[in-house]
Design a protein around this ligand. Structure first.
Ligand SMILES: *Cc1c(COP(=O)(O)O)cnc(C)c1O
Length: 344
């Protein structure tokens, strides 16, 4: 077997940041049609000063990863789910959709063109994939742009939270992440722009992230700025908040399936009142970046909710969920049909 030459990177000490790789994918939408798309080298984009994305934040994105598996393959995890979610985001923002086939083909092309940046198995690092779509032609009045650009770049990344699987502390935010009938359920850039002040405030106060309440009644748990919640009840049931303003995490949906089908646990999506949190035994945040980050403590205006799993290590169910899903991603455990797309 020919061994692939890897880039000269200190894989073990990679942070979660942008790293320029060799090739990126670009496709242009003009006169009502997408072109065929191509790989390019230039990481810079030249735009009209009045482009829709710059003036009215007409943009959405996706986040996914490529992994090197235990037997040296390179795979991506459920790209069809990201494709479908970007279609939902595009529709909500009045942008042309990118078909599932075009999306998956483009992701494969970029990963193939940057194989040397896929971190070696066992380093804990992975290749982050960032597809994004934005209005590129000039707008003046508030209306959708005419032309659009769909691009994908990749960047090798280490773990999202420094300190790996050490439990983190959250704060209950006084800000809302989304509006009741707003865009919280799509991956729109504007959601993240308006979360920056809240997360910077939380960081300055020493917290890893915010817990956002439901924007309508502020009595129920929604999610954090970039990850959905999973809670474990004292009788080992996995529960996750149900709400129309939560971003539907693919990791969370996959973990709910893993809980039921691989671990034989009951798993339920339902409304979760903030007052219930004190009764749960474990709490985790799920998203592509970190898979599950254990939460040890939630700070609520001077009061603390401390999960019995504590601040030293993930709780037993969180740990089992993490190991099973990453085992599936790294080729150690048999995946459900259609979850793993092989690139190499
Ligand atoms: C992207 C994102 C998630 C995680 O979704 P995954 O598909 O699991 O990566 C959760 N919440 C928000 C707000 C997000 O933007």
């Amino acid at each position: 077997m020919v061994t692939m030459e890897k880039a000269n990177i200190d894989w073990e000490n990679l942070g979660f940041g942008y790293y320029k790789t060799d090739k990126r994918y670009v496709s242009y939408y003009k006169d009502g049609n997408w072109d065929n798309g191509q790989l390019v080298e230039d990481e810079n984009i030249v735009l009209n000063e009045s482009a829709g994305v710059l003036q009215y934040a007409q943009t959405c994105f996706e986040g996914m990863k490529a992994y090197e598996t235990v037997d040296g393959k390179v795979v991506i995890f459920r790209p069809d789910m990201n494709a479908k979610r970007m279609i939902d985001s595009a529709k909500r923002l009045e942008m042309p959709t990118v078909s599932e086939e075009k999306f998956i083909d483009a992701v494969k092309q970029v990963v193939k063109a940057n194989l040397k940046f896929v971190p070696p198995y066992g380093t804990g690092a992975s290749l982050y994939i960032r597809p994004y779509l934005f209005g590129s032609s000039p707008v003046m009045g508030v209306k959708p742009a005419k032309d659009y650009i769909f691009r994908i770049f990749v960047s090798p990344v280490g773990p999202y939270f420094k300190g790996g699987s050490k439990p983190i502390t959250l704060k209950v935010s006084d800000f809302d992440r989304a509006a009741p009938n707003g865009t919280g359920n799509v991956k729109a850039g504007l959601n993240y722009a308006m979360s920056l002040h809240a997360v910077t405030t939380a960081h300055n106060e020493g917290f890893a992230e915010n817990l956002y309440l439901d924007p309508k009644t502020r009595t129920k748990v929604e999610e954090t700025g970039g990850a959905n919640f999973l809670f474990i009840t004292k009788d080992n049931k996995v529960v996750t908040p149900k709400s129309s303003s939560i971003l539907p995490s693919i990791t969370r949906r996959s973990l709910m399936y893993v809980a039921k089908e691989y671990l034989g646990l009951e798993a339920e999506e339902r409304e979760i009142y903030f007052d219930e949190l004190k009764d749960f035994s474990e709490c985790g945040l799920c998203g592509t970046a970190a898979v599950i980050s254990p939460v040890g403590k939630i700070f609520d205006h001077g009061k603390e909710i401390c999960f019995p799993s504590g601040m030293d290590a993930p709780g037993p169910v969180t740990k089992k969920l993490y190991e099973t899903l990453t085992g599936i991603q790294y080729g150690l455990i048999k995946a459900p049909d259609g979850w793993i797309e092989e690139i190499k």
